[in-house]
Design a protein around this ligand. Structure first.
Ligand code: 0PR
Length: 391
């Protein structure tokens, strides 16, 4: 560490050298991320509320009110009038909270000690962290031919130790929506907790359905659903870190409560203690700014770009893994190894990611990717094919 204080000018000059090494969403070259460029208003608000600590909410009553209101606003498009929950650091923390609530509830109500959680093979790796941290046993269920969880297999794997079933609304790799309605029936019949991970799809499915898309239901209108992860920092345009966890009833928070006697709130249910209020307020601001209409337009634009890319890829001889349900396209070329193609694309400045099941190039069509970026991307693919003498 430097002994003498540095001037602001010098610090900023130093930082600029590092910032130019970072990628910038606005160039349209980041094709494999579920995050996107935060809205300027949200960034401004974030800055204004940097001192607010929701870990001691009595000191920041305004910010606490805004967090509660933002949770209610999210509940309004997930069919729940009186939700309980928090703005947390992201989908990982949201999923951890849901798993903690389910485990504790099953311990209290059913005396289950060896907790098992049924998850689809497509579930995000955050559940592996939950397994480790909460001492759970994950039971991974195979997918059907459409890469959705196999319902029969979920039923077969229920046991005396099952504390929760997880369904995904917008899988990380392919953007598929599990049959949550069926999972809800199983949850009700067997009196088991159902958590829906809609970290990615939560901020788009409801809006797409508003404008006539016919995507499957996944929200609290299904009686078996106990909690939903829904991330503002993905399709919600909020700055990171902003994840959302919503619970149907207060009892799910109560089973996680830890006493915090010397704070302005006498108990805490979140994992994080000192907790930045800025993400909750920035999310509040962007949601007001977008309104339901703004999110409908955003989700629609992303789907239009998704369909355009999917159709164009097929015309160019690429094979889609599956027909996209949300704004993710996964593809391969029968004559080019996927890893080689990913590497050549990266060498050409395109930052793509690969899915693992099945192996494919995976493009997440977030709002920072527009039609002309896709035209350029397709031109690069054509050049790659030409250079490899493939038609
Ligand atoms: N649940 C689902 C369905 C997810 O897709 C993700 C993250 C999470 C939970 C965990 O969310 P947090 O990362 O907010 O804790 N999905 C992306 C992924 O792992 C996250 C991501 C975002 C990755 C931007 C890369 C990137 O550049 O692929």
């Amino acid at each position: 560490m430097n002994k003498e204080p540095l001037e602001e000018k010098e610090i900023l000059k130093n930082l600029a050298k590092y910032k130019i090494k970072d990628s910038d969403y606005s160039h349209g070259r980041i094709l494999g991320s579920m995050c996107t460029k935060a809205d300027p208003l949200a960034k401004k608000v974030f800055h204004d509320f940097l001192d607010a600590n929701l870990g001691d909410p009595g000191l920041f009553k305004g910010t606490q009110f805004l967090e509660e209101e933002v949770i209610r606003d999210i509940g309004s498009f997930l069919s729940l009038n009186n939700p309980y929950g928090n703005i947390v650091t992201g989908g990982t923390e949201a999923n951890l909270m849901a798993m903690r609530a389910a485990r504790n509830l099953a311990k209290n109500e059913k005396n289950i000690i060896n907790s098992e959680v049924i998850i689809p093979k497509s579930a995000h790796f955050s559940f592996k962290k939950a397994e480790d941290m909460l001492n759970l046993k994950l039971i991974e269920i195979d997918l059907d031919e459409n890469y959705k969880v196999n319902i029969d297999s979920v039923e077969e794997n229920l046991s005396q130790n099952t504390v929760a079933i997880v369904g995904v609304a917008g899988t990380t790799e392919l953007g598929m929506i599990d049959p949550i309605e069926d999972l809800s029936k199983i949850a009700i019949d067997n009196e088991v907790y159902l958590h829906v991970d809609a970290a990615f799809g939560g901020f788009s499915i409801p809006f797409l359905n508003d404008i006539g898309y016919k995507l499957p239901n996944f929200d609290f209108s299904l009686e078996g659903v106990s909690s939903i992860t829904v991330d503002p920092h993905k399709m919600g345009l909020a700055p990171i870190p902003s994840g959302g966890i919503l619970f149907r009833e207060k009892k799910y928070l109560d089973v996680m409560a830890v006493e915090s006697p010397y704070l302005t709130s006498k108990e805490q249910c979140t994992i994080v203690g000192t907790r930045l209020g800025a993400p909750a307020v920035a999310t509040w601001a962007i949601m007001k700014h977008m309104g339901r209409k703004g999110y409908c337009e955003l989700a629609d634009e992303c789907m239009i770009n998704t369909r355009f890319l999917a159709d164009a890829l097929k015309k160019e001889g690429f094979e889609l893994v599956t027909s996209p349900e949300l704004n993710i396209v996964a593809f391969n070329h029968p004559k080019i190894a996927t890893d080689d193609l990913a590497q050549i694309l990266e060498d050409n400045g395109w930052m793509v990611s690969s899915s693992s099941y099945p192996k494919a190039i995976r493009i997440v069509l977030m709002g920072h990717i527009n039609h002309s970026h896709l035209i350029e991307f397709l031109a690069t693919l054509r050049e790659i094919k030409n250079s490899l003498n493939i038609n």
